[in-house]
Write a protein that binds this ligand. Structure first.
Ligand code: NDP
Length: 247
């Protein structure tokens, strides 16, 4: 199966840490050509250099997914460098949870901007290219929180439910164009995600929970690779996974 990944051009948002970084490393070992997007340019540049040194091919492009023009530039950089985009992994996300009564309205806005609009901008940026080629694969990152509502992560859960809804609609709309749509929905995976929680009490509880159950990020990378490596006529619609120890 690995040969279905070799040579593919994969755009990854949120590649500077956690799941995006782990996926970049894994796909690079399988021969994918990568375009890495995130705001922390120094991190993705260091990752790209490391992958190059190991014989891979990766470019770093500073990208804030809340900026539509920057997301378009990220995808265009892939087309300019490699002539095509085969896969986009819309992975960038934040999780600043707090009870609704604390009215962290700015955090609600940011979650909607990054977790929903960021995904939509990624979709908008690749669609014309993929539709013209009648080929492509859009992978969006939801969560177990896209299946359940888990206060005080109510707004986060709402954004991850939205990602699942729009991915499924995308899948159906894109069948005439041979474009695959996959949702990857992880449970607790050890990354920097909890650093985005500003509420001290919630942060403490989440950190304790993650310390107990979280699994390494290569679990996610393998799930993404499984979806990509399928033959073009097989669309893995969703992969939902979690630590064996997570309820
Ligand atoms: P991390 O915090 O480790 O990584 C988040 C990534 O998103 C970073 O690379 C960060 O890069 C990027 N990011 C955040 N905001 C922006 C922005 N405005 N523009 C561009 N990039 C941005 O967390 P994870 O790796 O865990 O998160 C990845 C995805 O996985 C998220 O969508 C998250 O919701 C989802 N997820 C994670 C789970 C987990 O347990 N870890 C479980 C379920 C889902 P930078 O700051 O450099 O821009």
């Amino acid at each position: 199966m690995g040969q279905n990944i070799k040579g593919k051009v994969v755009v990854i948002t949120g590649a500077s840490s956690g799941l995006g970084e782990a996926t970049a490393r894994h796909l690079s070992t399988l021969g994918a050509r990568l375009i890495l997007g995130a705001r922390r340019l120094e991190r993705i540049e260091a990752l790209a250099s490391e992958l190059h040194a190991a014989g891979g091919s990766a470019l770093a492009v500073k990208t804030d997914v809340t900026n539509r023009t920057e997301v378009e530039a990220l995808v265009q950089a892939a087309i300019d460098a490699y002539g095509q985009v085969d896969v986009i992994l819309n992975n960038a996300g934040i999780m600043p949870q707090a009870p609704l009564e604390k009215r962290q309205v700015d955090e609600w806005d940011r979650q909607i901007d990054v977790n929903i609009k960021g995904v939509l901008y990624g979709i908008a940026a690749v669609l014309p290219h993929m539709q013209a080629r009648k080929s492509g694969h859009i992978i969006n990152v939801s969560s177990v929180a896209g299946h359940k509502v888990l206060p005080p992560g109510t707004v986060y859960c709402a954004t991850k439910h939205a990602v699942r809804a729009l991915s499924e609609g995308l899948r159906m709309e894109m069948t005439p164009y041979n474009i695959r749509s996959t949702i990857v929905s992880p449970g607790a995976v050890a990354t920097e995600l909890n650093n985005s929680i500003s509420d001290p009490e919630v942060a403490e509880g989440m950190k304790a929970f993650y310390q107990q159950v979280a699994i390494p990020a290569d679990s996610f990378a393998r799930a993404v690779a499984f979806a990509i490596e399928q033959p073009a006529d097989v669309d893995i619609n969703e992969i939902l996974f979690r630590p064996t120890a997570q309820e």
